[in-house]
Structures are given as structure tokens and as C-alpha cells.
Ligand binder design. Structure first.
Ligand code: DOR
Ligand code: ZN
Length: 351
């Protein structure tokens, strides 16, 4: 009876999909991820993407410098794959623990993906190498073609790209990031957990496309993959509430300046770091599935990545928590997901 639960203690969570950006944005947003999570997988799609080891090392040290007092937080870096990536770079990066994984963005699929991959066959030698060394491939799974409807891109990607890829590289470890459809849930569930798993965001669990379009178009809810129909949202909620270990926490927190969110061409991305963990708690509570919160937030991710589960714990208590309204960035602002709203759960003894 989760409505009577007032206190939850879980192993400290990790966020397996985070955008921190750079410079002032990085300095202002990183503490929100550091507050809730011990480790975070850092996406490499900066304006100047992280495409090699030296860029990865330099970016990691900029992140750590921006964390000030929180020496506990561990950024786990990823390498952005282009058609110029060479296997040796990944081998060196992975064996020296510079990179935990490499990210495949289809060309023009999302923010800073103009140097993403046009044809998956351009990655053949890179993928052979990754399969051999056990380096995970993180995928933005949308099939990009002008004739493919935006709502069908994820399902088409499974059919046209992911399934053939897995047949060609059966031992390649893959994370299908930020899944949004029932087709993805079904496909992932029947796969071998060691080789295919998926992250799920809080916004795809809490919202569907009606939330974005009804009562006025809300650019703050625009992200990619785009919010889908309610039936897909329900499939995601059901997937996590069963405690299936294929699924784990990846918030896809993706800050954009206000002026770029409300521009004629709105940028895709939802900055949810101030509320992501507590939003997941809300969803698990609504699904009467709090017993599976720890596996989703703190266990399934490290198991897939063959990393230790954090030993320290956090305590989450039933106490109202108001989400910060905005963050100032120079003369602009970033508005977080659930800005100014109050959630029922808070972290104990923090802030
Ligand atoms: O909504 C998104 N924003 N989806 C992505 O895949 C990228 C991200 C970003 O970097 O802004
Ligand atoms: Zn992302």
C-alpha cells in the first residue's frame, strides 16, 4: 500500500543519460545532477562534439571543476561517433577508462547531430571493435528519412537499423536511449539483458502528446524522440512497474536557453535535473511499484555496464518539494521541467 509509505531508503541512484553542455550553462546546471546522483553518463553532443580522447579528458575536467565541493560525483564520459571515428581511438579511450561508451546519433536526428551517422555501414569497423572490447553503444534510435512520420521513427529504427545491427553484431552491448513506444518496450523485453537494455526519461513516463499540444502548444515539452500517444506512455509506465531489469534510469536532462526554446525553431530538450529523481518516485508511487524503485534507479544500470552498485544510500521522504522556477544564465534563463510546481517527495536533509 504505497500511499502509506512515508520514507524510502535506496542505494544512491545514477543517471545513465545526461546533457550538461559547457561554459556557464555547465557551471549552473551540474549541481542539480550532482545532488541526486552519484554517477552520470555525459552525452557528447556539444556544439563542438566530444569525438576523441583528448576532448573527453578536457571536458571531464571542466565538469569536475564546475562541481566545486561535490567530490563524490563521477561523470562517465562518452565518445560521439562520426564517419571519421577510428577504432583505435575507442580502444584507447575505453581501456584507459576515458570513455565508458560511444554514442550513435543518426544524422540530423537531434541537437548537434549534423556530424552524426548517415549510413550505419560507415561504422562497421568501429562496431566490430566495440563488440570485441565490450564497449557499449548508446543509440538515439530514430530512423531519419523525410518520408517517415516523426511518430513512427523509433519503431522504424528498430525494424530497419537496430534489428539488422544486432544480427550482425550479436555480442555488441547496446543501450537504446530514451525509449518512447510500446514497440520498443516489447522488443527490449525479449532481448538478452547483457546485450540490449534501455533508458526511460521521467517526462516520457509522465506525459503524452496531448500534454504538449492541448490548450496551446508548449515548446518546453518538446523533446526528441517527441512525446507519443497515451497508449505508448502507458506501456512505458507498465514496463518499469514490473521491475524488469532491462530498463533503467536515464533522465535525458537537456538544458536549452529560454530564447532558444521559444524561438521560431524551438530546440528539442527538457531540463529535468532539479526534479528527475523525485518525478520517478512519483510515477513508481502512482503505479504502486515503489518496491522496484531501487532496481530501476540504482541497480539495473550498473549491472548492464558491469559497474559496482553504489553502497551509500539516500533517504526520500514524503514532504513537499518545490521545484526551482528558473536558473539565470547571463541575461537569459533556463526553465526546468515542472518549474515552480510542488512534488510530494523530497530528499531528506538536503538543501
Ligand atoms: O530532446 C532531446 N534533447 N533529445 C536529444 O536526443 C538531444 C537532447 C539535446 O541535446 O538537447
Ligand atoms: Zn539525450
Amino acid at each position: 500500500m504505497s500511499k502509506f509509505i512515508k520514507k524510502i531508503i535506496i542505494k544512491k541512484p545514477d543517471d545513465w543519460h545526461v546533457h550538461l553542455r559547457d561554459n556557464e550553462v555547465l557551471r549552473k546546471v551540474v549541481k542539480y545532477t550532482g545532488k541526486f546522483y552519484k554517477r552520470a553518463v555525459i552525452m557528447p553532443n556539444l556544439d563542438n562534439p566530444i569525438t576523441n580522447c583528448s576532448k573527453g579528458i578536457a571536458y571531464r575536467s571542466r565538469i569536475l571543476k564546475s562541481m566545486h565541493l561535490n567530490y563524490q560525483f563521477q561523470p562517465l564520459m562518452t565518445c560521439y561517433l562520426t564517419n571519421l571515428t577510428i577504432p583505435k581511438e575507442l580502444e584507447i579511450g575505453f581501456s584507459n577508462k576515458i570513455f565508458i561508451a560511444a554514442k550513435f546519433y543518426p544524422n540530423y536526428s537531434t541537437t548537434n547531430s549534423k556530424t552524426g551517422i548517415k549510413k550505419i555501414s560507415d561504422l562497421t569497423s568501429v562496431l566490430e571493435c566495440m563488440e570485441k572490447i565490450g564497449m557499449p553503444l548508446l543509440i538515439h534510435g530514430e530512423e531519419m528519412h523525410k518520408n517517415i512520420d516523426i511518430y513512427d521513427r523509433e519503431a522504424k529504427f528498430i525494424e530497419k537499423t537496430l534489428d539488422p545491427l544486432r544480427k550482425k553484431f550479436p555480442k555488441l552491448k547496446i543501450v537504446l536511449e530514451h525509449i518512447t513506444t510500446k514497440e520498443s518496450v516489447e522488443y527490449i523485453k525479449k532481448s538478452d539483458f547483457n546485450y540490449l537494455s534501455a533508458t526511460i526519461t521521467p517526462h516520457h513516463l509522465m506525459l503524452n502528446r496531448n500534454d504538449m499540444f492541448c490548450g496551446g502548444m508548449k515548446p518546453y515539452l518538446y523533446c526528441l524522440p517527441v512525446l507519443k500517444k497515451n497508449t505508448h506512455q502507458m506501456a512505458l509506465r507498465k514496463a518499469i512497474s514490473k521491475g524488469d531489469k532491462h530498463f533503467f534510469l536515464g533522465s535525458d536532462t537537456a538544458p536549452h536557453l529560454h530564447k532558444n526554446k521559444i524561438n521560431l525553431l524551438s530546440c528539442a530538450g527538457i531540463f529535468n535535473a532539479p526534479s528527475s529523481l523525485l518525478s520517478y518516485v512519483k510515477v513508481f508511487e502512482e503505479m504502486n511499484a515503489l518496491k522496484h524503485l531501487q532496481s530501476f534507479c540504482s541497480e539495473n544500470g550498473p549491472k548492464f555496464y558491469n559497474m559496482p552498485i553504489n553502497q551509500e544510500t539516500i533517504t526520500i521522504v514524503k514532504k513537499p518539494f518545490k521545484i526551482i522556477e528558473k536558473i539565470n544564465i547571463g541575461k537569459d534563463i533556463i526553465i526546468p521541467f515542472l518549474s515552480g510546481e510542488t512534488l510530494n517527495w523530497s530528499l531528506e536533509n538536503k538543501y
